[in-house]
Design a protein around this ligand. Structure first.
Ligand SMILES: [Zn+2]
Length: 110
């Protein structure tokens, strides 16, 4: 596992898949890692549950101007957490997204 300081991304190979930089080291516990991006209202909700669990999260909001440049609609928020909290944050994100889906149809239950 290698860590790109430019992109805050973890890579399996020693070349960053995003920026192409040569990577020389793995992640340290306090390296911030990109976990994903969300649009409103999910961005605000995820930010809230991460803070509730005392995860030091960094967010980067894409301005409407940036969004227009990339062809995306609306404001998008990128989330970064320390490598040591990465699994924890992903679990919280998964729980949030799972809770947003309706329960399976009872007929499909075994
Ligand atoms: Zn990179």
């Amino acid at each position: 596992m290698f860590y790109c300081e430019n992109c805050y991304l973890l890579n399996e190979e020693n070349t960053c898949a995003f920026c192409g930089s040569r990577l020389t080291r793995g992640p340290k516990p306090d390296d911030y890692c990109f976990i994903g991006n969300k649009c409103s209202p999910w961005a605000e909700m995820l930010h809230g549950i991460l803070e509730d669990d005392y995860i030091p999260v960094i967010i980067r909001q894409w301005s409407p101007r940036t969004a227009a440049y990339t062809g995306e609609v609306g404001t998008r928020t990128d989330f970064f957490v320390p490598y040591s909290e990465l699994d924890h944050a992903r679990q919280l994100e998964q729980a949030l997204m799972d809770s947003s889906f309706e329960q399976p149809d009872p007929e499909t239950d075994e």
